[in-house]
Design a protein around this ligand. Structure first.
Ligand code: 5RP
Length: 227
């Protein structure tokens, strides 16, 4: 069952943390298992940089010491989930709308460990809709530019504004998210570059050349993947 797979991946990742480290805490249900297992270890001198308000709340509740990226700009190890884990540990992230803070924390980290259940491992990225974080001001205009870029990548469906029960989803930074149903992304590097060039796009969920290792939970234990 995927929740059990997420749990064992999170627990295995918590064993990689040593006393005194600065640790980046990811966002999502798998990362939450890691945060719980980390708190249970009771290591001395940890400082934790959360990637979302939700993770900060959980970590605080469990008694972990929190820090910020500004106070601890160099992070020893970040552990975070993913929506898809592709070849070379190229990832799609942002299903939990935390992609911007996640990428800021990942890029400040000496080492990044991705944790996921087995269903997240794919041969080609793109079945999971690619999250694109967009400034709220003029976001429909930005969405038209995103659609042009997607068409240039043979992706016919325009990206959809993410909605929840209470209306349009806002990120912790106050931005909105467009989800692009790509099916298969053939050139992840070019798509990542092209999206970043659009004014109004703050960040996208392609995490390329960032993960150092993946711990994948399976029904028979954890498997380790390298780029
Ligand atoms: C949040 C993320 C999450 O890591 C991703 O959505 C995976 O979530 P889960 O562990 O709940 O499956 O990128 O922005």
């Amino acid at each position: 069952m995927s929740d059990q797979q997420k749990k064992i991946a999170g627990e295995a990742a918590a064993l990689r943390v040593e006393a005194g480290m600065v640790v980046g805490l990811g966002t999502g249900s798998t990362a939450a298992w890691f945060v719980k297992a980390l708190a249970a270890r009771g290591l001395d001198g940890l400082r934790c940089v959360p990637t979302s308000e939700a993770t900060a709340d959980l970590a605080r509740e469990l008694g972990l010491t929190l820090s910020t990226l500004d106070d601890t700009p160099r992070i020893d190890l970040t552990v975070d989930g993913a929506d898809e884990v592709g070849p070379g540990l190229a990832l799609i992230k942002g299903g939990g709308a935390a992609l911007l803070r996640e990428k800021l924390v990942w890029e400040a980290s000496e080492r990044c460990l991705v944790i996921a259940d087995a269903a997240k491992v794919v041969k080609v990225l793109g079945q999971f809709p690619l999250p694109i974080e967009v400034v709220a001001f003029g976001h429909k205009t930005t969405a038209n530019r995103i659609a042009d870029v997607l068409l240039d990548h043979d992706i016919q469906m325009p990206a959809r504004l993410r909605q929840a029960d209470r209306g349009v989803v806002r990120t912790d930074g106050g931005n909105v998210i467009y989800d692009a149903r790509c099916d298969a992304i053939h050139d992840v590097v070019r798509l990542a570059d092209d999206l970043k060039l659009i004014t109004g796009v703050v960040e996208h969920g392609l995490f390329l050349d960032l993960a150092d290792e993946a711990i994948i939970g399976t029904d028979s234990g954890v498997e380790l993947l390298l780029p």
